[in-house]
Design a protein around this ligand. Structure first.
Ligand SMILES: [Fe+2]
Ligand SMILES: [Fe+2]
Length: 257
């Protein structure tokens, strides 16, 4: 089956599967709204962090500003609660070309992968809003779970190691999301399950793109070092998934409440 083929590399990349106790919690009707709202925020954060990589590492201010303008209506909806969400469908556009700085050897590759990723995450964001509308789920602000922070605190503080680590963390977040969508799909109703399955292909590519970038940027002579950082984050990530967690969110650990 196509899903199995997409998931095979992800399952070997992740050190553990999502615990059954998390799936049982996620399947409860009363948790649908928190799951959808958290999913919505995750899509925006995925777009924001991809944009961060382009802005911090490979473009000048003019290109950076064009990128920010693209994201702005989406951020305004969430952070200021302004604007009609339906108008966002026509706003998922980058209006200027984004050009890498002349001295950036990996600039074009990073821009190509991240611009596509942002476009897809913002499309997913819109799709989650559509689903929330259909299910009558109102947006409300929620606190982030420990997951991303729990990995980011292990990121090195000097370059280029910090960039490589952040790309690896990006790969883990994408891979885990993909795994959870696949596991959740059969547990929810058909509309939502079909939506989760429709996300797998792009999320699987996102995880791959982050890993490719980490390897490309560090270069072939550093590949052992990158592999050891991947192994390190595999362990950190699986601990965050397996260890008891008194919060329930899309990326939370084993429910203990
Ligand atoms: Fe997404
Ligand atoms: Fe993604």
């Amino acid at each position: 089956m196509i899903t199995e083929k997409l998931l095979a590399p992800i399952k070997s990349f992740l050190k553990c599967e999502t615990p059954q106790a998390w799936l049982d919690e996620a399947a409860k009707k009363e948790n649908l709204s928190i799951l959808l709202i958290d999913h919505l925020i995750c899509e925006l954060k995925a777009a924001q962090s991809a944009m961060f990589f382009i802005r911090k590492y490979v473009v000048d201010k003019a290109s950076g500003d064009a990128l920010l303008a693209w994201l702005q209506p989406f951020e305004t909806l969430i952070y200021k609660r302004e604007g009609d969400w339906r108008s966002l469908a026509s706003k998922n556009k980058l209006t200027k070309s984004v050009i890498p700085k002349a001295n950036s050897p990996y600039g074009q590759s990073l821009i190509d992968k991240m611009v596509l990723l942002i476009k897809e995450e913002l499309h997913h964001f819109y799709q989650v809003l559509e689903i929330m509308d259909e299910y009558g789920v109102e947006y409300r602000s929620i606190t982030p779970c420990r997951y991303a922070k729990g990995m980011l605190k292990h990121v090195k503080t000097f370059e280029p190691d910090a960039l490589i680590d952040k790309l690896i963390v990006g790969a883990y977040i994408e891979a885990r999301s993909c795994e959870r969508f696949a596991m959740l799909a059969p547990l929810v109703d058909k509309r939502l399950g079909d939506f989760y399955i429709s996300l797998l292909r792009s999320e699987a590519r996102h995880y791959q793109d982050y890993l490719t970038l980490a390897k490309e940027i560090s270069g072939p002579e550093q590949s052992d070092k990158v592999d050891s950082r991947i192994a390190y984050f595999a362990e950190v990530e699986s601990q965050l998934i397996i260890s008891p967690d008194n919060d329930f969110k899309f990326h939370s650990g084993t429910p203990s409440f």
